[in-house]
Design a protein around this ligand. Structure first.
Ligand code: AMP
Ligand code: ZN
Length: 111
């Protein structure tokens, strides 16, 4: 998708070291971390919103949720972590390419 920052990162047009990559997703460090550890799990295919779910996209999101706990384990987050999807304007979604936040490395505040 043109002018999508995460598509550009997936394509390697914007350099961003990958903590993890496979055929469906990449995991990168958030550029403005909101916790001691803050990573983003980004599907390689572009779609903007959780609300645009279909079978193929659901498979990808499922894969994200199967991969994130493994990454969290590798990061040593056995005491817990937080996973967030921001949806739409009221949800605070700034980048319109679906992504899942993984936050941890400290005791996180409540909402
Ligand atoms: P959201 O508000 O859920 O759309 O979150 C977007 C996230 O992407 C924010 O936490 C930003 O700090 C992060 N972000 C924006 N640009 C980049 C980038 N080039 N590399 C890594 N993270 C980014
Ligand atoms: Zn995109």
């Amino acid at each position: 998708m043109e002018n999508c920052i995460f598509c550009k990162i997936v394509a390697g047009e914007i350099p961003s070291p990958r903590l993890y990559e496979d055929d469906k997703i990449i995991v990168i460090k958030d550029i403005e971390p909101k916790a001691k550890l803050h990573y983003l799990c980004i599907p390689k295919v572009h779609f903007a919103y959780l609300s645009e779910m279909d079978e193929a996209r659901a498979e990808i999101v499922k894969h994200c949720f199967q991969t994130i706990p493994k990454i969290a384990k590798d990061l040593g987050l056995e005491d817990g972590y937080r996973v967030i999807i921001n949806q739409g304007v009221n949800g605070g979604q700034a980048v319109l390419h679906l992504h899942i936040h993984l936050l941890g490395g400290e005791v996180l505040g409540g909402f």
